[in-house]
Design a protein around this ligand. Structure first.
Ligand code: SF4
Length: 383
């Protein structure tokens, strides 16, 4: 195998000038060398050159489940963002899996450590802990279930595990909220206010019972009365990609293409979800397109790379991207062939870089919250 520098660890700078064909060939060489011990996972929002080299494609939770179920694999390269790699590390190394491998861990790598998620970064564990403490001065926290969207740091999932809470995905959020309300009066939902609001609204919870918690304000910017009257306390976080879709875009597409079906992700604002025909997880969006009669016109409000791929893979459908501006996940886009090749060749040379290794206590409690979700939803995925 040709490498970028003469001896490991190899320097990323040497990979950046290489063209995609060279990088793809070298990535393939590592795949051939390591065989089934290596698993490359690609999120649906990932760029096409990367997806072409991945073993599996899916949403964040599907990918982690696939990784956890893969028998021979000993190294996962997650072409997604940081929280996804953390979830893969937790699920692939849960106690029964570790025992079945005689204690051998599956190592998880993120080709670029700067591939984070702006939504996940809007809820820091210190802020959530402060929120919980402040809420405890106004209402009984034993009567609150913390719910975190799977798009969050492992520390937040662990917080939910420790406090009787749970993880949700965009496809099982409703079932998770039903579970939470069967045991407590209130829910603290983070980090995505839109998924929380859209889900709770569809369950008939009035908007005035859903205050927004701003972590930079005292009591989250709320009165004690508002918090006492609350059912769902929504964290002030959002996806910068999905929040860019607007109701004006929906109206423009309906005018231009009468009969068009508007299909959006529930991370979009309530106004956009209300104006759409269908709102659903990444998996549901793909299914709706796959199962529609040929010639259906679609206006799709989700990440650009996924919509472009749906256009390529479904030429029998008329698919439009539901925005005049580019809405792409810039952090996911950081994982390019240069980073993937650099991290793979270092791994193959015995000088691994960018390992994601969740500490045991965080992994334990995050798994508690993830397993509660599995019990509730019987493994429905999304995200
Ligand atoms: S699309 Fe939004 S929620 Fe998903 S990884 Fe990117 S910033 Fe995060």
């Amino acid at each position: 195998m040709t490498t970028a520098t003469t001896s490991p660890p190899f320097d990323l700078a040497a990979y950046k000038p290489l063209d995609n064909a060279t990088l793809a060939a070298r990535i393939q060489a590592v795949r051939d060398q390591l065989g089934t011990r290596l698993l490359l996972l690609g999120h649906h929002y990932q760029q096409d050159e990367v997806i072409a080299l991945c073993d599996l494609r899916g949403d964040s939770y599907q990918l982690s489940r696939m990784a956890a179920d893969s028998g021979d694999c000993r190294a996962i390269f997650f072409c997604g963002v940081h929280f996804m790699a953390e979830t893969a590390d937790i699920l692939a190394n849960r106690p029964e899996k570790l025992a079945s491998r005689g204690g051998e861990r599956v190592e998880v790598y993120l080709p670029d450590m700067k591939a984070g998620c702006s939504m996940a970064d809007m809820a820091l564990i210190e802020q959530v802990e402060n929120c919980w403490e402040e809420l405890g001065e106004v209402v009984d926290t034993h009567d609150i279930t913390p719910v975190t969207y799977v798009n969050s740091a492992a520390s937040l999932k662990a917080f939910c595990g420790r406090h009787g809470g749970i993880v949700c995905t965009s496809s099982n959020a409703r079932a998770v909220l039903d579970w939470a309300f069967a045991k407590t009066k209130r829910v603290l939902f983070f980090p995505d206010q839109h998924l929380g609001r859209n889900t709770a609204k569809a369950m008939g919870i009035p908007l005035d019972e859903m205050p927004v918690w701003d972590p930079y304000e005292e009591l989250g910017g709320n009165s004690e009365e508002a918090l006492r009257a609350s059912r769902v306390i929504l964290w002030k976080g959002h996806c910068s990609v999905h929040q860019m879709f607007r109701v004006e875009h929906v109206a423009q597409f309906r005018t231009k293409y009468p009969g068009i079906k508007i299909l959006v992700h529930p991370e979009c604002t309530m106004e956009v979800v209300d104006a759409a025909d269908i709102s659903g997880s990444t998996g549901r969006i793909i299914r709706e397109v796959q199962e529609a009669p040929a010639g259906t016109q679609w206006g799709i409000g989700t990440e650009l790379h996924l919509v472009n791929r749906l256009q390529q893979e479904h030429p029998e459908q008329e698919i439009h991207f539901l925005s005049p501006v580019v809405c792409m996940c810039a952090t996911m886009y950081r994982i390019d062939l240069a980073h993937l090749c650099w991290s793979l060749e270092n791994y193959a040379a015995g000088t691994p870089v960018n390992r994601i290794d969740v500490d045991p206590d965080t992994a334990h409690w995050a798994l508690v919250a993830l397993e509660r979700m599995l019990t509730v939803s019987a493994g429905k995925a999304g995200g």
